[in-house]
Ligand binder design. Structure first.
Ligand SMILES: NC(=O)C1=CN([C@@H]2O[C@H](COP(=O)(O)OP(=O)(O)OC[C@H]3O[C@@H](n4cnc5c(N)ncnc54)[C@H](O)[C@@H]3O)[C@@H](O)[C@H]2O)C=CC1
Ligand SMILES: O=C([O-])CC(=O)C(=O)O
Length: 387
């Protein structure tokens, strides 16, 4: 896929769609044959039958969990429009919900039907990850339980950890061997670790935790302070946990190609205000909106996917929480401030890892009588949404 194409995607897509005729269904399969397909998506089409679709790529399967949630409500329509994978990439959406959200999931499928997206060829819905993840080439794992009142963070780690342990096993059993997994549900880093450990047959480098929203938030704050448009900010890294200990790296980031510290002379602002603003952005937004970031999270998932499927602009990089070997950037610099902050967030991640040892198969960690790992989380461990 050509990067330039994606840059002008919105415009090109509009022109392209205006030329596509409604394809002719060649075979209407009974819903029985495809037990989970939804409504109009139970019809199958011959993509090669239409002149306009002859140049299309092979259909790809995209599984999305938490598909009836707020983030998905933005993301699914971006995926189906062609904005993410391109205007010549037909897609099948495999939507995973929880038992409680199955009605809502049908509502989502109905809205997808009514949107008449030419590239959206199949939609199936279900609550069994083993079925929904069948042959998935992408798995966007968004569904998770929010932390309820009075719930300890250790409890959240365990409850959501179990979801991601099961989904890891399901991916291992059913998904494409090269499925790319993006974990969004919080605590996303540790959930990604659990998912990866439960899917030993899928390459570890294919698992990512979404830190792109933090990267975008950091770029925005630097642009605001420097008085430049945010496309002038590059080489932004988020080190560590997607939590209030995360480290937005202003030492290596650049503004107009120059080190941030040469452009923003107020270094105290960088170390204190900027860092805290990014760490707590999610929480401030929840206070204003009464719910957590959904649209901007969906946008950041799109950005993260595009970064994985298109060449990175020369000299730039992006950050993703994962065991990636995509080509790790080598020319990163560290100073005492950055190292001390990274050590703090690293300690938090290691503590979370110990807490979920019963879900990752780590036998070296002390367990309680009930078999749950002994949990010694640092006091200040908080999601960005928690203040
Ligand atoms: N990594 C990041 O940057 C961010 C992560 N998040 C996290 O994303 C997650 C989802 O957020 P929203 O869409 O706003 O939440 P939401 O509550 O609107 O939607 C979550 C959906 O997941 C479903 N669900 C729960 N357990 C499930 C399971 N086992 N399998 C499939 N579906 C399941 C629920 O029924 C619900 O429909 C939360 O954990 C949130 O903390 C939110 C913002 C940013
Ligand atoms: O805590 C949450 O659910 C929201 C979140 O991750 C964020 O806004 O970064």
């Amino acid at each position: 896929m050509d990067f330039i194409d994606l840059q002008i995607n919105g415009f090109w897509l509009f022109l392209y769609l205006s030329q596509v005729k409604t394809p002719i269904p060649v075979q209407a399969e009974s819903p029985k044959g495809k037990s989970e397909c939804y409504g109009v998506f139970c019809l199958t089409y011959d993509l090669k039958a239409e002149e306009e679709t002859k140049s299309w790529k092979k259909l790809i399967n995209i599984a999305v969990s938490g598909a009836a949630g707020m983030i998905s409500n933005h993301l699914l329509f971006k995926l189906a429009s062609g904005e993410v994978f391109g205007p010549d990439q037909p897609i099948a959406l495999k939507l995973l919900g929880s038992e409680r959200s199955i009605q809502a999931l049908e509502g989502v499928a109905m809205e997808l039907e009514d949107s008449l997206f030419p590239l959206l060829r199949e939609v199936s819905i279900g609550i069994d990850p083993y079925e929904v993840f069948q042959d998935a080439e992408w798995a966007l794992l968004i569904g998770a339980k929010p932390r309820g009142p009075g719930m300890e963070r250790a409890d959240l780690l365990d409850i959501n950890g179990q979801i991601f342990a099961e989904q890891g096993k399901a991916l291992n059993a059913s998904a494409s061997r090269n499925v790319k997994v993006m974990v969004v549900g919080n605590p996303c880093n540790t959930n990604a670790l659990i998912c990866m450990k439960n899917a030993p047959n899928i390459p570890a480098k294919n698992f990512h935790a979404l830190t792109r929203l933090d990267e975008n938030r950091a770029k925005c704050q630097l642009a605001l302070k420097a008085g430049v448009f945010y496309d002038q900010v590059s080489n932004m890294t988020i080190w560590g946990n997607h939590s209030t200990t995360q480290v937005p790296d202003f030492l290596n980031a650049r503004i107009n190609g120059l080190p941030v510290k040469e452009v923003i002379k107020d270094h105290n602002w960088l170390e204190e205000e900027f860092t805290e603003k990014v760490q707590k952005r999610g929480g401030v937004l929840i206070q204003k909106w009464g719910r957590s970031s959904a649209a901007s999270t969906a946008v950041s998932i799109v950005d993260a996917i595009k970064s994985l499927i298109t060449p990175t602009p020369e000299g730039d990089w992006f950050s993703s929480g994962g065991d990636g070997d995509y080509e790790l950037v080598k020319e990163v610099i560290f100073d005492d401030y950055l190292l001390s902050r990274i050590r703090k967030t690293e300690a938090e991640l290691l503590a979370e890892k110990r807490c979920v040892a019963h879900l990752t198969g780590d036998v070296s960690v002390r367990k309680t009588k009930s078999g749950i790992a002994f949990c010694d989380l640092p006091e200040d461990t908080m999601l960005p949404g928690e203040m």
